[in-house]
Write a protein that binds this ligand. Structure first.
Ligand SMILES: [Zn+2]
Length: 229
């Protein structure tokens, strides 16, 4: 078995060591506020919110919502996309909904999203092009509205909003959410956009708490139901 090289020397140690120092300072601060802080944190989590956000370093879920560790369960990827074959997203969603019993699933995009901007261009960026194709699909669905917006910045901002709305829809279409809605009525799915320029969250008012708006092709019978067809 190979072992980790204990003589490893950091080439770029500034940003790396800053993280370790930052952690140490954070621990000191937390312990000053509450000497039992980490004992309590280690006991477990019961967050009421699942955050599906962009991987962009400027939109950390806890900081932009003023919440603490333990309050928000988080999944992030480039441009907050909900893909139905993404086992990572499905696993997070299933655990959040069926084990943690979260009450809110929030898809959070942000203006100035590099992923959305890249999806609007025809340039190739590499493997990511296949991921961005999901956002191009959103563009195609709303091409009439988007093509009518002349200003590129405005058009990009609108695609950010439409992408969030479509991903909210994608969350609602999963068997995980639909089955949960058959059992309980305290689970809501929401769509937000963070404005990096002001820091403020814009609620897109696309919240859903039932499968009624999904369209018949997406509706699922109860797992126990006898086929009526
Ligand atoms: Zn982004």
């Amino acid at each position: 078995m190979t072992s980790i090289d204990n003589n490893f020397q950091l080439v770029n140690d500034n940003s790396y060591n800053a993280l370790i120092r930052g952690n140490s300072q954070w621990v000191d601060l937390k312990l000053k506020e509450d000497s039992d802080y980490f004992k309590k944190l280690a006991k477990g989590q019961s967050p009421e919110v699942l955050w599906i956000g962009c991987a962009d370093s400027r939109v950390p879920a806890n900081e932009v919502t003023g919440t603490k560790p333990g309050e928000v369960f988080v999944h992030r990827n480039i441009a907050n996309v909900v893909v139905h074959t993404d086992m990572n997203m499905l696993s997070v969603l299933d655990y959040a909904v069926n084990v943690l019993k979260v009450k809110h699933v929030i898809v959070a995009g942000h203006y100035g999203c590099g992923g959305v901007a890249a999806a609007m261009s025809n340039k190739q960026f590499g493997v990511i092009d296949n991921w961005l194709r999901h956002i191009k699909d959103v563009y195609r669905l709303h091409a009439k509205e988007l093509d009518a917006i002349e200003d590129v910045q405005e058009r990009t901002n609108r695609l950010v909003e439409l992408n969030v709305s479509e991903q909210v829809y994608n969350v609602c279409k999963t068997s995980i959410i639909q089955n949960a809605w058959m059992e309980r009525h305290d689970l809501e799915v929401h769509g937000w956009v963070i404005d990096l320029g002001s820091g403020l969250i814009k609620d897109l008012k696309v919240s859903s708490s039932s499968p009624h708006n999904l369209g018949y092709v997406y509706e699922l019978d109860s797992l126990n139901a006898v086929a009526q067809h």
